[in-house]
Design a protein around this ligand. Structure first.
Ligand SMILES: [Zn+2]
Length: 467
């Protein structure tokens, strides 16, 4: 009988990791995500894997986000030499994500070693290096959506579009063991049907076991038009207040959605600002990959762009200025008003956004717009939770800017959308909730019970089930 082990993103939202082992000896790792957020969660990244990386036959990846892919270079550094199966667009985005992550790891270790040297403490090694990330990239095995391929003896995988970010997939895994085949469906991160560019998540009907994400299991997002009106109003208010607008956003997914929305405002004459800065080298590169795969965009949005004579999302926002170079980024600091600044990281725990926070957060005429979820323990969460002061770049700074959270821009399905997706499965397969904070999972579990009469399980970290 095959076994499934719940190793990561169990009762939390980062560090996705599941192991599938068959009696015939096949060992497949589904996801190899990094833990993000609190320091103690991040220290989990250095813990030993619960399995020998050399013993794996294959790794299967749902999408490129770091909380699903970020420990791959560590897996490779510890001896994994097999393929990393993913979709074609994920393979391209992975290059951006892993090289960026390796650079952060190297810089973090370098910074820590500076103070360690001063107090005579032993040096630390980076979690992984650029060399490890490059080696990982050499092990990518891209596949189109809908193609079924064998990843290990008796284990076949098919990717279906999850509509979350470019290349994102729902992973269907057919596990043949001891004369019977069981189908595992892992939702990956399911897209929000209201968000632009990506199509709705593919509906599947057959499964024996379903793992479903539950990031927003406790609530519904407001739908697009309301959220867009709210954003338009914030931009008008910022214009009247004479300040800048900062938008911390994930480079892949959220940023492209925002550019799409701002482009629409611009075309409709609803954008009072004179400039939109995209201050994220990774987001700028991600735009190019989005453009290469624009055939995968939602048909309705593709038609809208085409009717305006463009295929590139950024072409219908002519006031967009990309600032890949550090000196161009620093020049933005001199602008006191009239700018929209989109920068990473999405949760403010690093990246160029922290410099812009330093220059704008203490100014009451500025506006800070969070277009997405802020995990516990991040600077973004502290600001959203109303901290009067926060530490930014080792300085304490007053939070005087007006802070807004726009839940509707999430790239994740809300509660009703999760129920809508899962209810299509015939015969109510065994259902496990993963990738969510415990309180939110419990709310979703109750909703599944009340609305679909379906009992969902919330696994414990390290729990194993028979497939
Ligand atoms: Zn994701």
């Amino acid at each position: 009988m095959a076994l499934l082990s719940f190793l990561g993103a169990i009762q939390q939202v980062t560090g996705s990791c599941y192991l599938i082992e068959t009696h015939d000896g096949a060992r497949v790792l589904l996801e190899c995500g990094m833990h993000q957020g609190r320091r103690e969660e991040e220290s989990d990244n250095r813990a030993a894997f619960a399995f020998d990386p050399k013993s794996l036959d294959a790794v299967v990846l749902s999408h490129a986000h770091i909380d699903h892919s970020g420990l791959l270079p560590r897996l490779v550094a510890l001896g994994y030499r097999g393929p990393v199966h993913c979709t074609e667009a994920t393979a391209e985005l992975l290059e951006l994500m892993l090289l960026d992550s390796a650079q952060i790891q190297e810089k973090d270790a370098e910074w820590e070693n500076k103070w360690r040297a001063r107090i005579g403490k032993p040096m630390v090694q980076p979690l992984y290096t650029r060399v490890d990330a490059e080696r990982t990239l050499g092990q990518r095995a891209p596949h189109p959506y809908g193609e079924t391929f064998e990843v290990a003896r008796g284990v076949a995988v098919t990717f279906h579009n999850a509509g979350h970010i470019l290349g994102s997939s729902i992973v269907q895994m057919d596990v043949h063991d001891h004369g019977r085949t069981r189908r595992l469906v892992f939702s990956g991160d399911l897209g929000n049907v209201c968000s632009p560019l990506m199509p709705a998540p593919t509906v599947l009907k057959e499964a024996d076991v379903v793992l479903m994400e539950s990031t927003y299991g406790d609530r519904d997002h407001r739908c697009d038009e309301d959220t867009l009106d709210e954003l338009a109003e914030i931009l008008q208010q910022a214009h009247r207040d004479g300040g800048n607008v900062l938008i911390p956003a994930f480079a892949v997914g959220r940023t492209q959605d925002l550019i799409f929305h701002l482009g629409r405002f611009y075309q409709e004459g609803r954008l009072p600002q004179q400039a939109v800065f995209l201050d994220s080298p990774m987001a700028i590169q991600a735009n190019a990959i989005y453009h290469r795969f624009h055939e995968q965009f939602d048909a309705k949005d593709r038609a809208l762009l085409r009717s305006n004579g463009v295929t590139k999302v950024e072409d219908w926002l002519p006031i967009l200025r990309c600032t890949p170079k550090a000196e161009d980024s620093m020049a933005i600091n001199r602008i006191q008003s009239g700018a929209i600044i989109i920068a990473g990281s999405g949760m403010c725990n690093g990246g160029r956004i922290v410099h812009h926070l330093k220059h704008n957060l203490w100014r009451k005429e500025c506006h800070l717009v969070f277009p997405g979820f802020q995990a516990q323990g991040t600077l973004g969460r502290a600001i959203v939770d109303g901290a009067p002061t926060v530490r930014v770049l080792r300085q304490r700074i007053a939070v005087k800017a007006q802070v807004h959270t726009l839940g509707g821009f999430s790239a994740h399905a809300g509660q009703s959308q999760l129920l809508d997706w899962v209810k299509h499965f015939d015969h109510k397969p065994e259902l496990y909730l993963v990738h969510g904070e415990l309180e939110k999972m419990k709310v979703l579990q109750q909703a599944l019970h009340d609305r679909l009469q379906w009992t969902a399980n919330i696994p414990e970290p390290g729990e194993q089930i028979a497939l």
